[in-house]
Design a binder for this molecule. Structure first.
Ligand code: V4E
Length: 222
């Protein structure tokens, strides 16, 4: 389990030059496809849980609890990539939320929900894909005394571009140090906007799933 500490930023035409100027090394470009899943009544995302399959690789992001002070421009999410752990966490949330309905249709707490089938577990938990898009990503790495910082420049296939400065902190690691590294790199890159920048999902939902988007806005998730 790791914690992803991240700050998004608006990419301008100069960003690649600025990254080179501060010593960031381009480590490659790739394209990937994401599918995000939730129940039709948004049980996961309304709890700020994001279940994703990226080119066959599953990941669950959920809000990280840490002692580092709240900071509006950076997000912190716990990342889980083990499918059995993901299935167990997601089952728990769905079961807790649906407890009474499930009992009415004859299922009990002991009913096994996850099975080995490829996507059978999604059907069994009533999860559906609510967002699907592809991203072209150009990645840079900046080696610092306190560790490596990654900067990704993303272009989604629905025409939205966003940059991210990201540090992965191992379990129990120093989230504060990660926040400081990110802030220092943002300053070096001349990112002085105090406004939170929208992620790809924010823009995707706003354009394609306004009901879902408005529910998440009302719940202060986005
Ligand atoms: C956590 C989250 C979502 C899941 C996707 O996260 P994100 O880091 O935006 O996407 P991506 O493609 O860069 O993933 P990576 O390659 O880093 O794993 S979708 C919405 N959220 C919540 C969220 C939020 N509330 N505010 C901001 C600024 N970002 C994300």
């Amino acid at each position: 389990m790791t914690v992803e500490v991240e700050r998004k930023f608006v990419c301008d035409a100069e960003i690649m030059r600025k990254l080179q100027d501060i010593g960031a090394e381009c480590v490659g470009e790739r394209e990937f496809g994401d599918q995000y899943f939730d129940s039709p009544d948004f049980l996961l995302t309304l709890k700020d849980f994001w279940l994703r399959c990226r080119d066959g690789q599953w990941e669950l992001k959920s809000p990280a609890v840490s002692e580092a002070p709240a900071e509006t421009l950076c997000t912190r999410y716990r990342e889980i990539t083990s499918l059995p752990v993901i299935q167990s966490e997601v089952s728990k949330i769905i079961r807790e939320s649906n407890c009474s309905q499930r009992k009415q249709i004859g299922q009990t707490e002991d009913t096994p929900i996850c099975s080995t089938g490829d996507t059978k577990w999604l059907n069994e938990l009533g999860l559906v894909c609510f967002a699907e898009f592809r991203t072209q990503r150009c990645s840079y790495v900046l080696e610092r005394e306190d560790g490596a910082v990654r900067v990704d420049l993303d272009r989604a296939d629905f025409g939205y571009c966003v940059g991210e400065i990201e540090v992965l902190v191992p379990e129990g690691g120093d989230v504060n140090a990660a926040l400081q590294s990110i802030t220092s790199i943002a300053e070096q890159l001349g990112l002085n906007s105090e406004k939170k920048v929208k992620g790809k999902m924010d823009v995707f939902l706003q354009r394609n799933r306004p009901d879902h988007y408005n529910k998440l806005l009302s719940a202060h998730i986005l």
